[in-house]
Design a protein around this ligand. Sequence first.
Ligand code: PRP
Length: 217
Amino acid sequence: MPTVALGLLAVDVLVVDHPLAKSRLTAMRDARTEPGLFRAALHELTTMLVYEATRDYPVETYPVETPVTTTEGTRLANPPLLVPVLRAGLGMADAALSLLPESSMGFVGLARDEATYEPRAYMESLPADLTGKPVMVLDPMLATGGSLEHCCRLLADRGCTEIIVLCVLAAPVGLERLERSGLPLRVVTASIDEGLNDKKFIVPGLGDAGDRQFGGM
Ligand code: PRP
């Protein structure tokens, strides 16, 4: 996986810049895109991100009977636990589970405090022991990185040593925060955007991915 240098830091990040991914991302960025089309674009883009993120996943072989003969079949050796971060990550869950039907799913609910910009946890439904289990975290937005750092720390505290963070947009400052965290993760994203505005929204970004899917709270 390519490494992108950010200042003095280096973080494992794969930017999926396939033309079809770019077109879905453009639909999501467009402020005129209605919630239904936004959710559809997120679903399709997530399919592409999962496809690329799993390219190097270990596989195992097993015999399979075709209508003609026996041949060697292939399946994932250790399907990941999928963890959407509520709310916005819910819009990525169905696409990920479709490509990884053998996976199970955990949930983490986080809301970013509007004053401190730090995450407030309100829900946690995860297996107690994640030793030896790869995890794929789903959240469209990596802004300050506080939410994803919090989520990945929950996973590492349960013994997880292999985390892929799947996001639509990543801000450089968020990537740097994840790098500084020392957590065992890599990032797969559709774009590294310019930065954050004074309200800690990603610029140019796409707004609030939760509100764009489900409406304001
Ligand atoms: C958004 C987004 C991330 C987080 C990113 O969620 O989905 O979880 O903010 O910000 P950070 O990197 O600065 O922590 P939000 O808290 O708005 O909740 P929502 O998904 O319910 O809309």
